[in-house]
Write a protein that binds this ligand. Structure first.
Ligand code: G6P
Length: 608
């Protein structure tokens, strides 16, 4: 959701800005722009649509000479996608340029005040207010102007700023919207995410809330909101640069699906020792684990779906009551939290605005919080009392696959740990569970190797109008994710339903040939779901069943069957989701959709 890049150094800035922005395309955007200081003026260029249009407009940056600049990909919030609303935004005499991620919540009030002081606005954005406000406060000292603006604006922001009077410097500041600084060999960079700077450096600083970074060609200085200099430690990024590249795959999503065996292995292995689960980062004593009264799982999107699965696992295996909430609901429903509760926030990016707000709400109420997070150093990782990382590496495709799989296994590990400490399962059972978990990567590989069959099937459904996903228990959670994957990348309407609930309305939508994907991995529920399948096929539905190897009885009821290898009943999601991911992927490809960057969606939803 919006991307920021800034560069100051010995090289030409524009090509670096365009390259950096291309690494942030996955975040979702509908227009782009850059501003470069050309030795006399700060010149801007903007374009709606894809970044390619901006590259063409500027001849890959060649028409914008200069060694300092800022760039932006905008995902429209305030005002439609247009050249006027695209960033950078300027003050009236174009001596200050600003790029912004986040939302300035009091922008209307500020805009009114600035208008009274004869400031004129050319866009509908909240960001333009920042450019004029900087102008208003600027009396020769940029840090002073920036801190004054920070005191006036409410909401979230990551800002890249340039002042014509200070041409050798790029300023950056953030609050509740991610921003990093990269320390490169021939210059320094700012960016909303690590992939944008990886080509130039692996040495980064994570800017924290209300910190200001001042970058020149050969120095980086940090200040707090009071304008006092502060010291910060840099971190070395150990990702392989290929992790942020497609590496020969047609799409990031396909590549990331194929990375799932590794992701699952990397998330599991460091936490399994001598037949036991060791989660050092949990920092909870056995006594504390035994005393947990209730677990609240809070997340958005696919992360929420892993939470729904985890509810079944925690309750079934560890006998701990679990509530699962969408973060956007949890934060406003004044949840009842008690001292011995544990709030688990699940987030790939660690920056999702609602999940972060939910975490803060839990902390405000004095409850222990645990983040299950993929991005190291992200806001949720920093603010949660404890953090358990999923080792999925950078995920670029908007539709999550490998981070989802990593979240699932992190949650299984926690459930096993809690169940054992609370005496709900024996050591022998733990060993058996762990054995099954360790088989998952190979089983996922096997399912992926069967992709042609699913591709073939998907090709028949590229023109589907509606698709339904049904299941019971964990199979319902799997259905929710299967349905989300399909609709987000193929734009086909789809819904997930608890199979037993179909008769209360949804079945009226079934017509001759409607595709229904039925998930049946829970042995004790097979027969129940098979009855629902029969109800569906007798009304004309075409049923694709995803079920465990050996459940051949299904072939009498379903039209097309995909078998998943045997695993423990709690872990079936990790396998059943693979064919559903592949199905969505191939339908999306078949329809010619933008698989990695579906319309209207953003990878990291940093606004409410
Ligand atoms: C967006 C992404 C989803 C993701 C959700 C939550 O909608 O497109 O793939 O599941 O945000 O993101 P998080 O980073 O908190 O897991």
């Amino acid at each position: 959701m919006c991307g920021i890049v800034g560069y100051i150094g010995k090289s030409q800035a524009a090509p670096i800005l365009l390259d950096g922005l291309s690494k942030l395309e996955y975040r979702g955007y509908d227009s782009a722009g850059i501003a470069v200081y050309d030795g006399e003026h700060i010149r801007g260029q903007k374009s709606i649509g894809r970044l390619k249009a901006l590259s063409e407009l500027t001849h890959d940056g060649a028409t914008m000479p200069g060694t300092a600049g800022i760039g932006h990909t905008r995902w429209a919030t305030h005002g439609a996608p247009s050249n006027e609303n695209a960033h950078p935004h300027f003050n009236e005499d174009e001596t200050i340029a600003v790029v912004h991620n986040g939302i300035i919540e009091n922008y209307l009030k500020l805009k009114k005040k600035l208008a009274e002081k004869e400031y004129h606005f050319v866009s509908d954005t909240d960001t333009e207010v920042v450019a004029h406000l900087l102008d208003y406060y600027y009396k020769g000292n940029p840090i002073e102007a920036i801190t004054k603006v920070m005191h006036r604006v409410e909401g979230s922001y990551a800002l890249g700023i340039m002042f014509r009077e200070h041409p050798g410097i790029v300023y950056a500041v953030r609050k509740d919207s991610p921003l990093i600084v990269g320390h490169g060999k021939d210059g320094n960079l700012i960016a909303s995410d690590v992939p944008a700077v990886l080509k130039y450096t692996r040495n980064v600083y994570f800017i924290q809330n209300e910190e200001i970074a001042v970058l020149s060609e050969d120095s980086i200085t940090f200040y707090n909101v009071d304008g006092e200099e502060i010291q910060k430690e840099s971190s070395a990024i150990d990702w392989d640069i290929n992790a942020a590249e497609k590496a020969g795959y047609e799409h990031f999503m396909l590549k990331e699906m194929y990375e799932q065996p590794k992701t699952v292995r990397d998330t599991l292995n460091p936490r399994i020792r001598d037949g036991a689960v060791v989660i050092e980062e949990l920092g909870m004593t056995d006594e504390e684990i035994s005393q947990i009264r209730k677990i609240h799982i809070v997340a958005c999107g696919s992360a929420y779906h892993t939470g729904v699965t985890a509810k079944y696992v925690f309750e079934g295996m560890a006998r701990i009551p679990v509530e699962v909430d969408l973060a956007s609901e949890f934060r406003y429903r004044n949840p009842i939290l008690q001292e011995q509760d544990l709030v688990i926030i699940i987030s790939q990016s660690g920056e999702t605005a609602d999940s972060l707000a939910a975490l803060r709400e839990a902390k405000r109420k004095g409850v222990k919080t645990l983040g299950i997070v993929n991005v190291v150093g992200s806001s949720i990782a920093r603010e949660a009392d404890k953090v358990m990382y999923t080792w999925a590496g950078p995920e670029i495709a908007v539709a999550t696959t490998k981070a989802y799989s990593a979240q699932l296994v992190a949650e299984y590990l926690l459930a096993i740990k809690f169940a054992q400490v609370r005496g709900e399962i024996t050591e022998t059972e733990v060993r058996a569970y762990l054995k099954d978990l360790q088989k998952l990567p190979e089983q996922i590989e096997m399912l992926l190797s069967n992709k042609e069959r699913i591709q073939h099937f998907a090709n028949r459904y590229v023109s589907a109008r509606d698709v339904f996903f049904v299941g019971r228990g964990i199979d319902y959670a799997i259905s929710m994710e299967g349905s989300l994957k399909l609709k987000e990348i193929s734009y086909i309407h789809s819904e997930a339903y608890a199979a037993g609930e179909l008769k209360h309305g949804t079945i009226s939508l079934i017509e001759e040939g409607t595709l229904v994907a039925a998930v049946l991995t829970q042995e004790d529920l097979y027969k129940k779901t098979i009855s629902n399948i029969v109800e569906l096929t007798s009304r004309g539905a075409f049923v694709l069943a995803v079920t465990n190897a050996g459940n051949t009885e299904i072939e009498k009821a379903a039209d097309y069957v995909i078998y998943i290898p045997q695993t423990n009943r709690w872990f079936t999601n990790s396998l059943a989701i693979i064919p559903l991911q592949l199905f969505s992927y191939y339908v999306s490809v078949g329809r010619g959709c933008d698989v990695d960057k579906p319309r209207n969606l953003a990878k990291s939803v940093t606004v409410e």
